[in-house]
Design a protein around this ligand. Structure first.
Ligand SMILES: *Cc1c(COP(=O)(O)O)cnc(C)c1O
Length: 447
């Protein structure tokens, strides 16, 4: 049904001899009502009462069904729903390795848990510094703080929204122990450069792949360059079981001990005593059943999102004042979201007006990503992570002051970015309409 609607729209556009593309057809004609010979130069913006550029946003059909039901049915025939030795967990691990071929794989309760496990298994502790981005989900740094370590935020690439390697280098101190590279929006970080920095300074490189399921860095599966790969299976991610996570590593220093840090310190292979202190971040068989059934769906989802996002870039790259989401040509970005920026100087209107106008054109979009960089959140500004206090600072293990922290490009990204929804059920026609809407608004507000 969606396909037929988009086809008829394409035919309609073709039927107006491309006039609609140039914005030369007045609003009423665009609706198919009349044909007008003397057309105005540009149709009014929808926000000013003109017709919408986008008729309907394709909706995402339910992302689970028979394969998940089959796995759940099989799971219910088991005598135990516990992860250790569980057939669904084993299947999930096996299927995960087809996506991200790493030797040691541990399922856990969330992406946040996966990162905490990685940080703890890497031996990161009180006062150690971990360099990462402030434009991310809080889950990137929660585990760092729980290990009594210190997140240090580096600035970002202007249109990649990923770590600026030069700024990462500037922030390295003798206390730095790790880098957490977040592949924001599914766009791979410059991993070779980050790996080189990590090797030079003996740091652990943790990849936060929560938004990057199915992404590829220079042809390599995301998660396979760093020392750890961390994935989320939370409901909003490319594949999901409601809540869940996976942490993986091929490093012999970390891989074999990793699971203990998500399983209350137990070593279920050797059965030794509690040599490490850790919380319970286990994933149970019901989650693993759903997640295992989801993974065969991933490749199509990743491929489709990649194509659609790249198409949008192709169609808006020429518009003055618009900075498309920048992806390396040899990488596969899987567009958990697409974000373009507007150059404020190029427009009479500000980001808020641009965004409202775009939404009025019928585009599914949002202004920016998170409201502010993490270090500007009250809990960072107050250094109040543990019952309003931060022992690491009180003990003098860090002198960091988040009220003085600043990542100018990260702040500018959040102030000028417009996030466009991309999902696998969207069509090329829809994306072309999104591009037309962006162009229409950019022309209207052009300075
Ligand atoms: C979703 C997400 C997380 C946390 O994952 P949860 O499963 O929600 O705990 C961490 N980092 C990034 C970049 C995310 O998008």
């Amino acid at each position: 049904m969606r396909e037929s609607r988009s086809l008829s729209r394409r035919e309609f556009v073709a039927g107006t001899s491309g006039l609609l593309m140039t914005g030369a057809v007045p609003a009423v004609a665009a609706l198919g009502g009349e044909k007008t010979a003397s057309a105005p130069a540009q149709s009014p913006l929808a926000i000013h009462g003109g017709s919408k550029t986008v008729e309907t946003v394709p909706s995402l059909p339910r992302r689970w069904g028979d394969p998940e039901r089959e796995q759940l049915d099989e799971m219910l025939k088991q005598d135990s729903l516990f992860y250790w030795g569980g057939p669904r967990t084993r299947l999930l691990v096996e299927r995960f390795r087809q996506v991200c071929p790493l030797k040691y794989v541990h399922t856990c309760s969330s992406g946040t848990a996966a990162i905490h496990i990685a940080v703890a298994a890497a031996g990161i502790g009180p006062g150690d510094e971990v360099i990462t981005t402030a434009v991310t989900d809080p889950g990137t740094v929660i585990g760092v703080l729980y290990q009594q370590a210190v997140p240090v935020f580096a600035d970002l690439g202007r249109s990649t929204y990923n770590l600026d390697v030069e700024d990462v280098k500037r922030r390295i101190t003798p206390k730095t122990k790790a880098i957490i590279a977040v592949h924001l929006g599914g766009n791979p970080c410059d991993l070779d450069a980050l790996k080189a920095v990590a090797e030079q300074h003996n740091l652990v490189l943790i990849e936060d792949c929560a938004q990057a399921w199915g992404a590829k860095y220079r042809g390599r599966p995301i998660g396979t360059v760093g020392h750890f790969a961390c994935f989320s299976l939370q409901d909003s991610k490319h594949v999901t079981c409601g809540d869940g996570g996976i942490v993986a590593s091929s490093d012999e220093r970390f891989g074999p001990i990793m699971a203990r840090f998500g399983d209350k310190g137990y070593d279920r292979v050797k059965g030794l005593g509690l040599n490490v202190f850790a919380t319970n971040y286990r994933m149970s068989e019901p989650q693993a059943a759903v997640a295992a059934a989801q993974l065969p769906r991933l490749e199509k989802i990743a491929q489709r999102r990649s194509e659609l996002g790249n198409l949008l870039t192709e169609k808006i790259a020429h518009i003055p004042g618009i900075l498309p989401h920048q992806v390396h040509p040899q990488d596969r970005c899987v567009y958990w979201f697409y974000m373009f920026r507007i150059e404020p100087k190029a427009f009479r209107g500000n980001r808020g007006e641009f965004f409202k106008a775009l939404r009025a054109e019928g585009v599914s979009c949002a202004s920016g990503y998170i409201g502010k960089p993490l270090y500007r959140e009250p809990v960072f500004q107050n250094h109040g992570f543990f019952a309003g206090r931060w022992p690491v600072k009180e003990l003098g293990l860090t002198t960091i002051d988040y009220t003085k922290h600043s990542n100018p490009e990260a702040e500018a990204i959040l102030a000028t970015g417009i996030r466009v929804t991309i999902h696998e059920a969207m069509t090329e026609d829809y994306i072309l309409d999104v591009a037309k809407a962006i162009e229409k608004i950019a022309r209207f507000y052009a300075a």
